[in-house]
Design a protein around this ligand. Structure first.
Ligand SMILES: Cc1cc2nc3c(=O)[nH]c(=O)nc-3n(C[C@H](O)[C@H](O)[C@H](O)COP(=O)(O)OP(=O)(O)OC[C@H]3O[C@@H](n4cnc5c(N)ncnc54)[C@H](O)[C@@H]3O)c2cc1C
Length: 603
């Protein structure tokens, strides 16, 4: 067990501060009472939203002090402290506001804003979404106009008000704001500005700033999501983040190469890669909560046991698989950063890999966490009761599919990539490349059956055939005179998304395999990998048969393999998997009186 727990624990921790984080986890375990102040009380947050929120911020400062005392000067630890406990409220300050400045600002700008942020003198939100523009970033209507060595920022219409950003509701003193920028009459595209919005001590809005909380919402009780309107707000020229586009005092604009801008965006992908872990951990927590609550019942024989165990098992397996595969993506991201530093020619290709993998995995892990939380409420005997905490988990997990890129929109970026790949190959001599290069193996093999034990081959062929069919349908619609708009949006959108999802699950399977190989074939990891493949195949068995990848009798075997995994074995493995969720101790979620719940469950 310990080997598995250690492995998961290790791949989740930010590499540069692993030992410091481990130190604190050990400390928490030794003296849990000393760290009680870190425990969130979701019920309290629900009932006394604003008061609890202020309390939360005070506890947060105390926690930050604790880290500073032990490891003075370790700013990276401070920025990643959310890995120790889930005071989610401030996540955006450290993981969206500050990283945006770090990625898009010049060194001088980074030093300036970082210093204020670390001292906690400013707290920032990330204000991109507008009432009328979420996924459509190019359509943003907030404007920034250069005038007298400064920028005048406006949200000229109701639909250009910023809406949803976390921290904006009550606490942010600043926001990074994306705005359509005009310098001396020339449109220079969307630029990012650090805009002061509130006085730091009184939290009063500054002149021209209309800011507040968007009001009650489903879940996200630890976050004060807000709105922001700006009327002729003047900010210094230096508040525009200028690593890639510079505007001098006279209004002369200098822009780095398109590639440089792309790399700036690429660096922001780190947030998305990290979110895959966050979503998977939330999925694991939720599943664990359901498992603990239903456990006393599982030991007694009951007709629904198999179905319940199957769901719990599937969820554990999928969430762990995502985390393990994501360790591989993190490595590719680090490779991208190193190539960027070394001016390596491969950097474009690596960036595309990170973009594709992270957008697929962000979407799949978001959907999976939502599925888990819905099923958890159904599985647990009192799952719909507030006391089970599953409702709070459900509400927190649901927006995973929307923020930091709506899943359907992200998945269509994979669809675009696949269409390009298939067009290139069908046009002539070219082969599939990059993340799709395994398709080359299957071009000539349409009638071959795969052995059911060869999961990788079956999943690859499923992915190839599904993508091929979908891309051909799309191309045929175009050839038959439908417009691009109609071929994409009206005739094929659902299938394009579905094909990308199958491609995405196959990628998780493959990346997980690669990660396990490099970690030395741990037995339990291989078992989880095999089960992940099995679950995905079971869910697509009709499609597998219809493509002729395996025949019906073989696919029947899949169900048998599942049956061989007896209920006793399932229980044992469930227990094992639940213990693997060791590192992010479930402090926020253990205010539940387990004994009482177990007693209720027995009644
Ligand atoms: C809890 C929460 C926290 C958030 N925090 C922040 C934050 O801190 N900062 C911030 O800037 N924003 C934040 N957001 C906003 C979030 O990023 C946006 O809601 C998201 O980008 C989607 O935009 P939208 O709501 O305008 O929906 P839209 O983009 O309008 O999408 C609405 C629907 O249309 C579909 N759709 C849109 N475009 C397409 C397309 N091209 N093809 C097919 N379907 C499409 C979508 O799938 C969706 O179903 C947060 C949102 C939530 C829910």
């Amino acid at each position: 067990m310990d080997q598995f727990k250690d492995y998961i624990y290790n791949i989740l921790l930010e590499p540069s501060i692993k030992s410091e984080l481990k130190y604190f986890v050990q400390e928490f375990d030794k003296n849990p009472n000393d760290y009680d102040f870190l425990v969130d009380n979701p019920q309290n947050l629900q009932e006394n939203y604003k008061e609890a929120y202020v309390g939360l911020s005070q506890r947060y400062v105390k926690a930050q002090q604790m880290l500073k005392n032990k490891f003075p000067g370790n700013t990276h630890l401070i920025q990643n402290q959310h890995q120790l406990y889930e005071l989610g409220t401030f996540y955006l300050h450290w993981q969206a506001f500050l990283p945006t400045i770090q990625m898009l600002g010049t060194q001088k700008q980074v030093e300036y804003w970082q210093d204020l942020s670390f001292k906690y003198e400013i707290r920032g939100g990330y204000a991109q979404t507008e009432v009328g523009h979420g996924s459509d970033v190019q359509g943003l209507q907030t404007t920034a106009v250069f005038e007298n060595n400064s920028f005048i920022i406006n949200t000229p219409t109701a639909s250009s008000y910023k809406f949803w950003p976390g921290l904006l509701g009550i606490f942010a003193t600043h926001a990074v704001v994306q705005a359509k920028t005009n310098v001396n009459g020339i449109d220079i595209g969307i630029q990012t500005f650090v805009v002061p919005i509130r006085e730091s001590k009184t939290l009063k809005p500054l002149d021209g700033v209309d800011v507040g909380d968007i009001g009650p919402k489903l879940g996200f009780l630890r976050a004060d999501n807000g709105y922001l309107g700006l009327k002729n707000v003047r900010v210094d020229r230096n508040n525009m983040l200028m690593r890639y586009t510079q505007v001098d005092e006279s209004g002369k604009v200098t822009t780095s190469s398109k590639n440089a801008i792309k790399y700036g965006y690429g660096s922001m992908l780190n947030l998305r890669v990290n979110l895959v872990n966050v979503f998977s951990i939330f999925g694991l927590f939720t599943n664990n909560l359901a498992y603990y609550q239903v456990k006393p019942l599982l030991k007694t024989q009951s007709i629904e046991n198999e179905a319940i165990m199957f769901k719990l098992l599937r969820s554990y397996v999928v969430q762990y698989s995502q985390i393990i595969a994501n360790a591989q993506i993190k490595e590719i991201f680090i490779q991208f950063q190193n190539q960027l530093k070394a001016n390596d020619k491969q950097v474009n290709e690596t960036l595309q890999l990170v973009h594709l993998y992270s957008s697929q995995m962000k979407s799949i892990s978001g959907w999976e966490a939502v599925k888990t939380s819905r099923e958890a409420m159904q599985i647990a005997p009192f799952g719909h009761l507030n006391a089970s905490d599953l409702i709070i988990m459900y509400a927190d997990n649901v927006p995973f599919v929307t923020y930091e890129g709506d899943n359907n929109v992200l998945m269509q970026q994979t669809a675009q990539y696949l269409i390009k790949q298939f067009s290139k190959v069908s046009a002539g001599n070219s082969q599939f490349t990059g993340i799709a290069s395994y398709f080359n193996k299957y071009i000539q093999e349409s009638n071959k059956k795969s052995l059911i034990q060869n999961q990788e081959e079956i999943l690859e062929r499923l992915s190839y055939n599904y993508c091929k069919k979908t891309m051909e349908n799309f191309q045929n619609n175009l050839v038959n005179g439908h417009s691009l708009q109609s071929s994409w949006n009206e005739l094929n959108q659902c299938e394009l998304i579905k094909a990308s999802i199958i491609f995405g699950y196959t990628n998780i399977y493959k990346q997980m395999g690669a990660q396990i190989k490099s970690s030395g074939y741990n037995l339990e990891l291989l078992k989880i990998h095999k089960l992940f493949g099995l679950f995905i195949m079971l869910e697509n068995r009709t499609t597998i048969v219809s493509f002729g990848i395996a025949d019906f009798s073989q696919v029947e075997l899949l169900a048998e393999i599942d049956q061989q995994f007896s209920n006793n074995n399932k229980l044992e493995f469930l227990e094992y998997l639940s213990n693997g969720v060791g590192m992010y101790r479930q402090r926020n979620f253990i205010n539940i009186n387990w004994d009482k719940l177990h007693l209720q469950a027995r009644l």
